[in-house]
Design a protein around this ligand. Structure first.
Ligand SMILES: Nc1ncnc2c1ncn2[C@@H]1O[C@H](COP(=O)(O)OP(=O)(O)OP(=O)(O)O)[C@@H](O)[C@H]1O
Length: 262
């Protein structure tokens, strides 16, 4: 479904690449977590997939295939067609993307109609339905609310509802829960896993929390200094990894009887 082939990402011509020789295959419905310390290159990888590296960032080597097509050859127009419908992204603070002086409903209806041919009323219904599926029970009320009337966790769920409304095949999530308290984090993660169950969406999630990765992912990639230091299915990483850096990360995670806890 997604095939990242040996990419390197550079932010300047002469400097050391931010990501070096990174490869990853993600199957339909698979959840893959990228873990590693700050600055290890996780965000650069998913921004490369999204075609929106900041500043002078570019993929200097390798290729990225989505459903058999190279994403690196996509024009802005191609991206417009697939962004939101085939590939979506949730940011650490998706709530801050909302316009503070417009209701959620007017923004959601506009978003839905920009991506699909829906009459206003149907777009409204679709928005309400998606908010309710995203654990915001009173969808109609949320639609009528302004962002400042919602808590941080609620706004983040609204961000997820936007990202999932067209049942994308691939969801990229950059630390989607790190700004939330622990109870809300757990709810959000369960919600993302439920969405995977319902829509068979593949998810690549960035987290610096290996315990969280252990809880939700099928596949874990550990990064350090722009390189993959370890990669494998969850059980391999948790129980059989020989990589020193993985062992170090694991030693920081509370465990009981061989199970790791978020
Ligand atoms: N806009 C940019 N311009 C120049 N260098 C950048 C830019 N964004 C990231 N980098 C560099 O790329 C490297 C990897 O950063 P990246 O943000 O991908 O790591 P990360 O693992 O996601 O870190 P964090 O967890 O802090 O977000 C870092 O050395 C960083 O300095």
């Amino acid at each position: 479904m997604l095939e990242i082939q040996n990419i390197s990402v550079n932010y300047n011509k002469s400097g050391k690449p931010a990501v070096e020789n990174f490869s990853l295959t993600v199957k339909q419905g698979e959840i893959c977590c990228l873990v590693g310390e700050s600055g290890s290159g996780k965000t650069s990888v998913i921004r490369a997939v999204m075609g929106n590296l900041p500043g002078q960032g570019r993929v200097a080597q390798g290729d990225i295939f989505f459903q058999g097509e190279s994403l690196l050859s996509y024009t802005a127009n191609d991206w417009k067609k697939i962004y939101g419908t085939e590939i979506s992204m949730i940011f650490q603070d998706s709530g801050s993307m909302l316009n503070p002086i417009r209701t959620i409903g007017s923004q959601f209806v506009e978003y839905i109609r920009a991506h699909g041919d829906y009459p206003r009323k149907d777009a409204w219904e679709k928005g309400v339905q998606m908010l309710e599926r995203s654990c915001l029970p009173d969808g109609k009320n949320i639609m009528k609310s302004y962002p400042f009337q919602l808590s941080g966790g609620m706004k983040q769920r609204v961000g997820i509802a936007f990202a999932m409304v067209f049942k994308p095949k691939l969801l990229l999530a950059d630390e989607p829960t790190s700004a939330l308290d622990i109870t809300m984090q757990a709810q959000m993660i369960r919600q993302m896993m439920k969405l995977r169950e319902e829509y068979d969406t593949s998810i690549i999630m960035i987290t610096h929390n290996l315990a969280l990765a252990a809880y939700m992912s099928d596949h874990i990639v550990v990064m350090k200094d722009g390189k993959i230091t370890d990669s494998g299915d969850r059980d391999h990483i948790l129980h059989n990894s020989q990589a020193e850096y993985t062992k170090k990360l694991l030693s920081a995670v509370p465990s009981l009887g061989g199970y790791y806890y978020v």
